[in-house]
Design a protein around this ligand. Sequence first.
Ligand SMILES: C[S@@+](CC[C@H](N)C(=O)[O-])C[C@H]1O[C@@H](n2cnc3c(N)ncnc32)[C@H](O)[C@@H]1O
Length: 328
Amino acid sequence: MSDPRGIKRRYQQFAETECKGYSDAYYRLALAVAGDDEVVDFIAAMPATQPNLFLASVQFLTGPHGMPTTGPELRAFLRRRGGEVGDVMRSRRTQTNEVGRCAVLLPALPSGPLALLEVGASAGLCLLLDQFHYEFGSTSVGVASSPVRLRCTVAGPVPLPTTIPQIVWRQGLDLNPMNVHDDEAVRWLLACVWPDHDERRRRLEGAIEVARARPPAVRAGDLVDDLPAVLAEVPDNAQLVVFHSAVLSYVSLDRRQAFAEVLATASKRRDIVWLSNEASGIVREVTALAPGLGELRFLLGRTRFTGGQRRDELLALAHPHGAELTWL
Ligand SMILES: C[S@@+](CC[C@H](N)C(=O)[O-])C[C@H]1O[C@@H](n2cnc3c(N)ncnc32)[C@H](O)[C@@H]1O
């Protein structure tokens, strides 16, 4: 049983820092949770209590347009269907596969040919970044006919790409890969999109369509223990880029360090570019480059490993779902 006071604080903070001005639906619901002892006690009895997991579990059962919209509706819903919400919360984890983040990663990619390895890839949709269409303000790039259209507002000297680098090899690694041919997995991916974010839902549906035609390979495994075996398979004739978004926050500081050590060791054989797109504080060496910056944004870090040595850069601040990018 988690501490109910901690849960109240967490939902209040989620409402104020992540939802306010971005999702009225989740802003209202998260605040309603924080003020309702009965709902908080329900969440506190779950093995994992984070807002995205709880709210996605409700949405999994109702669909985006049938979700409770007020505190009393949410409490009544839990009285009726709390058993089912609990089953979903116990059997699923937050696996939001947000293709909007590709717009943040694209300007940071080296020129090709590239070998892409994504850890914490979920369904691997971000590995398909060369299949999408991008609008960075008035600049467009990518596949004009793609069903995935990503719009990203830019500020600062973003090195906007004129073409997408050639990708000759791609592989994902995830504790629990999501299969785009499994209807229940797809329903869960859609439930992880916030209910009033219609554009995000449309582009996720588009990315699933692209992935169904050409599924990205995502292997089941841990980002530390199983990384060396995957690294050993990367072809020599391409620049290796290892990347992740919203993943390292799910592992302990020790495991984050162990992950970087695996990359450092592998870089004795070949150069590696590591792109990290994570909340402030998650990659310590990148956060240290700009203390106090980006509390509410993701930090886009680029670390070059050569011969076992690392060189870190903080490239940009980014909206967590890729709606905005400020190059530093
Ligand atoms: C919030 S999702 C982000 C998915 C994807 N990176 C994106 O940005 O769309 C986090 C993913 O990390 C995976 N994950 C968490 N811990 C992991 C670990 N130790 N090893 C591999 N994957 C992990 C989860 O299974 C989940 O799919």
